[in-house]
Design a protein around this ligand. Structure first.
Ligand code: GLA
Length: 409
């Protein structure tokens, strides 16, 4: 009898171990959407989220490929109820979260929410620790499609196990959810994240600037830093091999349309596309001007990000303040971006024939002396008169990017 109980217990344990997994076949290309944090922080409400959902569609973001509307920190009351359930803040969300999720779904969009693996979120709201299965059922009852899971107030928790517990909880709740690991790269999530989530933050928070470090102790007892677009992207250099369909490196959400000039916004967006990064907008869609709209809906750039191969691009060369980024694409094409990192205009001259680019990771080669490539300007949406048979020459403004696609002739 004893033996059969042990056998049954072992079988149950094994079957749970086999069954528990992340939801497959989600985020096969980097997720695209909008998140409340970068503009609204914890100051969010049903009205704001519904407004954003309306504008999302009015601006044509859905047609450009954006799908998710994600509510970040600040949606709950400061305490769980007597049964231990999270409670949406009744002032901010008078009709609860499901009503907002339903509204977002009625627009043909997907809906996401936020919590944290620790005892409290970074904003001081109840975290998920010890309530993972209960919370997962609640989220499923809201109808969420995406969960961003943060890393504040986690004490000595072991990150891979903490995130695995939430993954298993989501899986057992049964509603397919993209699981976004927001652990800031502290415990190298790229090494263990692919089995657990669909994307993982690679660094601390982004800050709205092109090239700066912002040091603060806001909200936390110790000092912490946030970084601009350029430093955040170059902070993690050797992790591209960990990214691919269903599991992405996430250099944080976009700061486009908020504080930088047009050239910096262009570089920011194109560099995220070259990096196969999740494209999660963070701007106030109510004040989205035409220039920003044109940029974030640039289909040719988005196609670079969303390329089916899912190969993360990399910095091929940095010379004379010009940083060259390359990304292998389908059909043996390549995206190539030349970023002027200096404060003055630069003249770029580049001869593809004299620079064979070989990507060790994907084993792909851009060899213009063997093949001729047509060169397309992804901002002007036109092919250059020259192919790779001649060197290219152009001026690039400070912090701007010259963004090209090369296709075999
Ligand atoms: C952390 C995350 C941010 C945001 C805030 C919310 O700082 O990295 O993206 O979610 O918490 O408090």
């Amino acid at each position: 009898m004893k033996k059969s109980i042990i056998a049954l217990a072992t079988a149950l344990t094994l079957s749970t171990a086999v069954d528990a997994q992340k939801f497959d076949n989600l985020a096969m290309t980097p997720p695209m959407g909008w998140n409340s944090w970068n503009t609204f922080a914890c100051d969010i409400s049903e009205k704001t989220v519904k407004d954003m959902a309306d504008l999302f569609v009015e601006l044509g973001l859905d047609k450009a490929g954006y799908e998710y509307i994600v509510i970040d920190d600040g949606w709950m009351k400061k305490e769980r109820d007597k049964q231990g359930n999270l409670v949406p803040d009744p002032e901010k969300f008078p009709n609860g979260i499901k009503a907002v999720a339903d509204y977002v779904h009625s627009k043909g969009l997907k809906f996401g929410i936020y919590n944290c693996a620790g005892t409290q979120t970074c904003g001081g709201y109840p975290g998920g620790r010890g309530h993972e299965y209960q919370d997962a059922l609640l989220y499923a009852s809201f109808g969420i499609d995406y969960l961003k899971y943060d890393w504040c107030n986690t004490g000595k928790l072991y990150a891979p196990e903490a995130y695995k517990t939430m993954r298993d909880a989501l899986y057992s709740a049964g509603r397919p959810v993209v699981f976004s690991i927001c652990e800031w790269g502290d415990n190298k999530p790229w090494e263990w994240g692919a089995e657990i989530g669909h994307l993982w933050r690679t660094t601390g928070d982004i800050y709205c600037c092109y090239d700066c470090e912002y040091v603060t102790n806001k909200g936390l007892p110790t000092q912490w830093s946030a970084w601009g677009v350029w430093p955040i992207l170059r902070m993690r250099k050797d992790i591209r091999k960990y990214a691919g369909p269903g599991h992405w490196n996430d250099p944080d959400m976009l700061e486009i349309g908020k504080c930088m000039n047009a050239a910096e916004d262009r570089s920011h967006f194109a560099l995220w596309c070259l990096s196969a990064a999740p494209l999660i907008l963070g701007n106030d869609l109510r004040t989205c001007n035409n220039e920003t709209k044109k940029l974030i809906t640039n289909k040719e750039l988005i196609a670079v990000d969303q390329d089916k191969l899912g190969i993360q691009g990399y910095e091929y060369q940095f010379k004379d303040s010009i940083s060259i980024w390359v990304k292998p694409l389908e059909d043996e094409a390549w995206a190539v971006g030349f970023v002027n990192t200096s404060k003055v205009e630069k003249t770029l001259e580049f001869d593809f024939k004299a620079n064979t680019i070989f990507d060790e990771f994907s084993r792909r080669e851009l060899n213009a002396s063997k093949h001729e490539y047509i060169i397309r300007d992804l901002f002007k949406h036109e092919d250059l008169k020259n192919t790779t048979s001649k060197p290219i020459k152009t001026k690039i403004g400070s912090h701007d990017i010259y963004m090209l696609k090369l296709s075999k002739k």
